[in-house]
Design a protein around this ligand. Structure first.
Ligand code: FES
Length: 214
């Protein structure tokens, strides 16, 4: 009798089994992956770095998904929390800011502010039960076209595994909604030339709706 009691008391805890299960669940897609799902992704790209890198990726004929929609900003520091939330609320499946390398922002700390705002929005999304992985911050140099393409492909794959944004509405273009909402901070096509850095680099010729190389 005493042996049976001791055996019950000394039974191994169940945590190890539970943790292993939880890890297994985390590693699996949370929803069935739809092979036809093409995520619509909005990129807030700094004119000085990520936008130039996108241009370079196009020149190098590097491939990235056509559903990457770029909105050009003079600096990612212009991006506010409300803009990021609006992009998700508009139905974008994924959103990321792409700014200059840390320490190289033309406005000193714009990219650092952007990183903090992205982190804040991630926290807000997690609090309301949405996917914080739908939003991200990246840094890259203007000369790194391959990095722009790599990030675009990697982030698209991440979103593909997450599935469509539940807030997406049929017949509504998230990119159009967001572009209108941020037109007061974005660089319009006609302003691109005058906002270009004063060097010998030809001004970007692509528009804010530019897609990847065909
Ligand atoms: Fe590029 Fe600020 S100028 S992120």
């Amino acid at each position: 009798m005493a042996d049976e009691t001791n055996a019950a008391v000394e039974a191994p805890p169940q945590e190890a089994t539970v943790d292993a299960d939880a890890t297994a669940v985390e590693q699996e897609p949370r929803r069935p992956v739809d092979p036809d799902f093409e995520p619509e992704i909005i990129v807030f790209a700094c004119h000085y770095c990520a936008y130039a890198a996108a241009d370079l990726a196009g020149s190098l004929r590097l491939q990235y998904p056509a559903t990457i929609r770029i909105i050009k900003l003079p600096c990612t520091g212009k991006l506010e929390v409300i803009h990021l939330l609006h992009a998700i609320e508009s139905g974008a499946d994924g959103v990321y800011a792409a700014g200059c390398m840390e320490g190289e922002c033309h406005f000193l700390k714009g990219n650092l502010w952007a990183r903090k705002r992205v982190a804040l929005v991630k926290g807000l999304l997690a609090e309301v039960g949405a996917d914080p992985e739908r939003i991200e911050m990246y840094n890259m140099s203007s000369a790194d076209g391959p990095e722009f393409a790599r990030v675009a492909n990697e982030f698209t794959e991440r979103i593909r595994l997450l599935g469509p944004n539940p807030l997406r509405r049929h017949g509504v273009s998230p990119h159009s909604l967001v572009r209108d909402a941020v037109k007061h901070i974005a660089i319009a096509d006609e302003a691109a030339d005058s906002a270009a850095p004063p060097d010998d680099t030809p001004p970007p010729v692509a528009t804010s709706e530019k897609g990847p190389a065909e």
